[in-house]
Design a protein around this ligand. Structure first.
Ligand code: M6R
Length: 587
């Protein structure tokens, strides 16, 4: 949440470069924005509420600048609360939460605060530390020691060279250009200029000036050496191309991502499964959509390898942590690899001696680097807030792991190949769905239900978590109240919500679920079946070809397209739903 970005170079275009880089981080927050440029005449700050993508400015010339695109945590969405914050000679942007800011703020009685943010408190503390005679590095170290919570900051000091940045929990990456250096929350901000990066780890500090970067341990202040990494992301992968939105582009990307999932590295899967097999209890922790992918995997492991895994929302895991010990495998699944609730569980689990297994899409994310065994999801950059291609890639990879887990000493390859064959046929089948003809068919169904305020989804087995995921997709992009249920549960309460014409998505067409759909239909529900074949009970039918265990993936495709078109028909931007951000780096 929140994107931060800085440029320092031998040219004078730092301000405009920050503006264009921030637009590529907009998925991290889009309530408000701000940029500070160090010009020959002093620091010039431009900031306002609204989306950075709608800002068209020619910023004054300057060789260094910092900027921010905000997802509000402390203080409403106002110009005063947007970053950068300036106090004395300090100009600062911040991503994360200063949990104990109120206590520190209460002590700063002489300062006339201009905002309600926790960030301004950091700027005040830093300004005071510098005024009291600490050099900049020591001042940043002194102030960051006071901050409880996860954060990253970028700092410019008037009349002083370069830009400083510190990280404790929220991502920061240094991009190494020709005579210019970038620091960003995520790589797309500077990918057009360079793919050479240094990842900042927790408790690290960096000073950058034009083409140089010097790294330090935030606790000791001692210089450290960081490895330079060349990232393989392509600029085109982070662009919309001819698509109207990232969401629909990423839905169509699934033509390739599911096929690509077949090529996951045998050794990485073997390491993953070995850790599962040697554990005495598996907990899968994730949030939101990634949590639903884990719930699908719970069925895979139960049915394919006979393993009981415990799937817990990361935010609820603290209530079960007494069961985590040095025999536990903690499995984290996350697109961003930065989700704060997940990271915290893993950090504590590691201290308890648990083995940390992770699947992340962002390969050098905090979660990936913390893990003992990491499986990259390999779906390519996902920019739309609503997760689509990363979700199906997670499910595909988890299916392979369940098949690998079913192996005994000599048949690892054979078992894994069974999983691969299912994915191969799933990839072929979903290819038939990802075309304009099918999309317009789904859109026509969206037109029939778009005026409804309530929508229900039922599924059984591995399609039950898909019903929950369908609800998340529809809620977050169309703002329709959507709820998913295990099909057999509806008669225990939810059926009271059904009125004449209430749309209900029924995932599948087997005898059991048709019986449940009949109960809904008898109360007047409009039944939209998502299944391999039409059924007389369905008022509308969206085809999801029969893919065996790949059915969870095949069923998600029409759900994703339907959600997208519900948002479009309601005049909403599906890439930037209200109140949300792509990467949830606060608790
Ligand atoms: O980056 P993560 O996969 O850890 O994110 C978890 C959730 O925040 C995420 O899946 C969220 O629910 C999506 N917006 C759903 O589309």
């Amino acid at each position: 949440m929140c994107g931060i970005f800085s440029v320092t170079g031998s040219h004078k275009k730092a301000g405009n470069k920050v503006l264009s880089g921030l637009k590529k981080l907009e998925y991290r927050g889009y309530d408000s924005w701000g940029i500070a440029v160090q010009t020959a005449k002093g620091v010039v700050v431009q900031k306002d509420t609204g989306k950075i993508s709608e800002v068209h400015l020619d910023l004054p010339e300057g060789s260094k600048a910092i900027g921010h695109t905000r997802w509000a945590t402390h203080g409403g969405v106002t110009k005063a609360n947007s970053h950068p914050h300036r106090v004395g000679k300090v100009t600062l942007v911040h991503n994360g939460i200063f949990e104990n800011y109120a206590e520190e703020k209460a002590r700063l009685v002489d300062h006339n605060f201009q905002s309600d943010t926790d960030t301004e408190v950091i700027a005040v503390l830093l300004s005071q530390a510098i005024e009291e005679g600490l050099d900049i590095k020591s001042a940043i170290r002194f102030v960051t020691q006071k901050i409880q919570g996860r954060f990253s900051i970028l700092v410019m000091i008037d009349d002083q060279p370069g830009i400083w940045a510190a990280r404790k929990g929220s991502p920061l990456i240094v991009g190494r250009g020709e005579n210019e250096t970038f620091i960003a929350s995520d790589i797309p901000a500077f990918l057009e200029q360079t793919n050479k990066v240094n990842y900042l780890d927790d408790d690290e500090l960096v000073f950058v000036d034009q083409g140089t970067a010097n790294f330090f341990d935030l606790n000791t202040g001692k210089a450290i050496t960081k490895r330079e990494i060349t990232v393989s992301w392509k600029v085109e992968e982070s662009k919309k191309g001819n698509y109207a939105h990232f969401m629909i582009k990423e839905i169509f990307d699934q033509k390739e991502t599911i096929a690509k999932a077949i090529n996951h590295d045998n050794q990485a899967i073997a390491d993953f499964v070995k850790a599962l097999k040697s554990s005495n209890g598996v907990y899968m922790v994730a949030c939101g959509t990634a949590n639903k992918a884990c719930m699908v995997a719970e069925y895979f492991f139960a049915q394919i390898s006979g393993r009981k895994v415990n799937v817990v929302s990361a935010s609820e895991m603290p209530y079960f942590e007494q069961f985590v010990n040095d025999r536990t495998a903690l499995v984290a699944v996350s697109q961003s690899g930065e989700t704060a609730d997940v990271l915290e569980i893993l950090e504590r689990g590691k201290k308890s001696g648990a083995k940390i297994l992770a699947m992340t899409n962002v390969e050098s994310s905090s979660i990936a680097r913390l893990a003992d065994v990491h499986l990259p999801i390999q779906a390519g950059p996902e920019k739309a807030v609503a997760s689509t291609k990363a979700t199906t890639a997670q499910i595909a990879l988890l299916l392979l792991c369940a098949y690998a887990d079913s192996s005994t000493v000599n048949d690892f390859e054979k078992c894994l190949n069974r999983g691969r064959n299912i994915l191969r046929s799933t990839a072929g089948n979903i290819n038939d769905l990802l075309n304009p003809r099918y999309e317009s068919y789904v859109k026509a169904v969206a037109e029939k239900i778009v005026q409804h305020d309530n929508l229900f989804i039922i599924g059984r087995g591995a399609l039950y978590p898909i019903a929950l995921e369908a609800a998340i997709k529809i809620q977050e992009v169309s703002y329709i109240h959507a709820q998913g249920f295990p099909a057999g549960e509806i008669k225990h309460g939810p059926i009271a919500l059904i009125e004449a014409g209430t749309p209900c998505l029924v995932l599948g067409n087997d005898t059991e679920i048709i019986a449940n759909a009949t109960e809904l239909k008898s109360r007047g529900a409009m039944i939209i079946g998502i299944a391999d074949k039409d059924h007389e009970l369905f008022d509308e039918w969206l085809k999801a070809p029969n893919c065996e265990e790949g059915q969870a993936i095949a069923t998600l495709i029409p759900v994703q397209i339907l959600s997208y078109h519900l948002a479009i028909l309601r005049g909403l931007n599906p890439d930037m739903p209200r109140n949300l951000a792509k990467s949830v780096t606060v608790k």
